[in-house]
Design a protein around this ligand. Structure first.
Ligand code: PFF
Length: 526
């Protein structure tokens, strides 16, 4: 058990905003619009909402409930929580290590991408960004910044390292200030600010009219039609269902251990049912309404259907970092809007990245027994070092590999473990009672069956289809160029090395506790 007093959230609104802050991130404004466009437009919303109801919401409740229960017993992360849930199986705590590793793996590239948005906000306001013109020019600006090529814009990686260092320090500053004084405070001003900026940008895009007089068909209503007209044929494609489920996990931050940690700072009678639902719904508003009204409609208005589809297919980053600045260059006050766009991404990013840091902090505090200051410094040093290969080897597929393990593998596997432990090992009846404890919402009873049967089955099916279609080609690096393979092996070594360290810490901690217990027992009898 933990030997220190654990922190608590200051208010119900605070924790909801923090969880919503974790959920609303780069995924809402970049990943979602690209995925929707490429996977059937409006029709994508069908598998998307099915996944929201049958995976997203149930997992949200599972994590809030498990997290609150763990926190009461002094555990903020999955190893301790799983162990407390199921005292019989010693292996449970090792399964829990994925819930500490996963967020860390996502963190070490997410924070780097977040730092680009800070740099781009800066270069928008200084005007440097607009020295680049045309698709090729903007792409060159981005690859120059990322240090992939030397060109007229950048000749070294120094600016990227500088903005990364700033982003990193900002993140660890909030972590250092603690759950209530750092994360909650940050979320309280960041979330409203973010909604205002996103709404401003959405209004700007939706009032652009027909920017090109020669192309009257490139109008706002056609832009929305392009994004939302359903292509029902896509529903027959398993890939579309996988993508929809993947987006739901990623955007809600569920299935990886992050919400467990946030919920562990709740008190015994704090509501989880309504709060979990509110945080998830806030995310959906920011994703579908706001995220769906910015990049894709804008890309359509200026580049037409073909052009918009092409950029969406060429990668999420091109949409945000190439297409958007090109569009801003063409409208009045473009530099200002561009600055706001990247600021929006940065604010959305930082409230997500702090949530990716907190599980490891909580693990070091609750299980390893460090104080917050020490945990922050230790993790700061380790994660700074772990971010560097992604920065230097971005062009060699290092980050893609981290994303594969973090999001495609650990997230889905961990979600499955978590829901099975909750509904089957702990038992759905007790689990349901826990969910209802202090609840300000009567969750319809049908969700009891969903959590017990539908969510696990859905997850198993996803895992099965996905392993069959994608796991093997990824593992054997089919799509990786031969010279890049050593880098990809490096990424794997980093991921599995970290895993070994976490597992060793778990082993050592539990052994130490056992010894302590037997010592006190012996002490008592003599
Ligand atoms: N939900 C964040 C986004 O949409 O950008 C990303 C994320 C944060 C994923 C935290 C997972 C996580 F645990």
């Amino acid at each position: 058990m933990a030997h220190h007093d654990r922190e608590h959230w200051g208010s119900r609104l605070g924790v909801i905003l923090a969880v919503a802050g974790s959920a609303v991130g780069l995924g809402n404004f970049l990943r979602f619009p690209a995925k929707a466009t490429l996977n059937g437009g409006g029709a994508f919303m069908i598998p998307y909402f099915v996944a929201f109801l049958l995976l997203g919401i149930p997992l949200m409740w599972v994590e809030w409930t498990l997290g609150r229960m763990g926190g009461i017993r002094g555990h903020g992360t999955a190893p301790g929580m799983f162990d407390a849930l199921d005292g019989r199986h010693r292996a449970a705590k090792y399964l829990g290590t994925i819930g500490v590793l996963g967020p860390f793996v996502i963190l070490i590239y997410y924070m780097y991408v977040e730092s680009w948005t800070l740099a781009y906000a800066f270069f928008s306001f200084t005007g440097d960004l607009f020295k680049a013109s045309g698709q090729d020019g903007m792409k060159a600006f981005l690859s120059g910044y990322q240090g992939i090529i030397d060109n007229e814009f950048f000749t070294s990686l120094t600016p990227a390292l500088l903005f990364f260092a700033l982003t990193f320090l900002a993140n660890f500053y909030f972590i250092y200030r603690g759950v209530q004084g750092g994360i909650e405070r940050l979320s309280r001003w960041a979330m409203p600010t973010l909604v205002v900026i996103a709404a401003l940008l959405a209004i700007r895009v939706l009032t652009l009219g027909t920017p090109d007089a020669n192309h009257p068909e490139l109008s706002v209503s056609n832009a929305l039609g392009f994004m939302w007209n359903p292509d029902l044929r896509s529903l027959g494609n398993a890939q579309v269902w996988l993508e929809a489920a993947g987006q739901i996990f990623f955007t809600l931050s569920v299935g990886i251990g992050v919400i467990l940690t946030y919920a562990s700072y709740l008190k015994r009678d704090d509501d989880v049912a309504l709060s979990g639902l509110t945080a998830a719904s806030t995310n959906e508003f920011c994703e579908v309404i706001l995220g769906g009204s910015i990049v894709i409609p804008a890309a359509f208005l200026f580049f037409g259907a073909m052009g918009a589809r092409e950029v969406a297919a060429s990668g999420t980053f091109n949409l945000g970092f190439v297409t958007m600045p090109l569009i801003f260059a063409k409208i009045p006050l473009g530099a200002l809007f561009s600055g706001l766009w990247f600021l929006l991404l940065f604010i959305a990013g930082i409230t997500s990245s702090v949530s990716l840091i907190q599980p490891a902090i909580s693990f070091l505090e609750d299980e390893v027994g460090m104080g917050r200051k020490k945990a922050t410094i230790v993790l700061g040093v380790v994660s700074f070092a772990a971010c560097l290969p992604g920065i230097f080897f971005l062009g060699h597929g290092f980050v893609d590999e981290l994303d594969f393990w973090g999001v495609s593998v650990f997230l889905v596997v961990f979600a499955t473990i978590e829901v099975i432990l909750f509904a089957w090992v702990y038992g759905i009846d007790r689990a349901w009672e826990d969910l209802m404890q202090g609840a300000r919402l009567r969750v319809p009873l049908v969700f009891k069956h969903v959590i017990k049967y539908v969510t696990p089955l859905y997850l198993f099916t996803l895992l099965g289809v996905w392993s069959y279609q994608q796991f093997w080609p990824m593992i054997t690096m089919k799509a990786v160029a031969i010279p890049d393979r050593p880098y990809v092996w490096g990424a794997r070594a980093l991921v599995f090395g970290m895993w070994a360290i976490i597992a060793l810490l778990v082993w050592w901690t539990w052994r130490r506790r056992r010894l302590e217990v037997s010592e006190t027992k012996e002490g008592g009898t003599t």
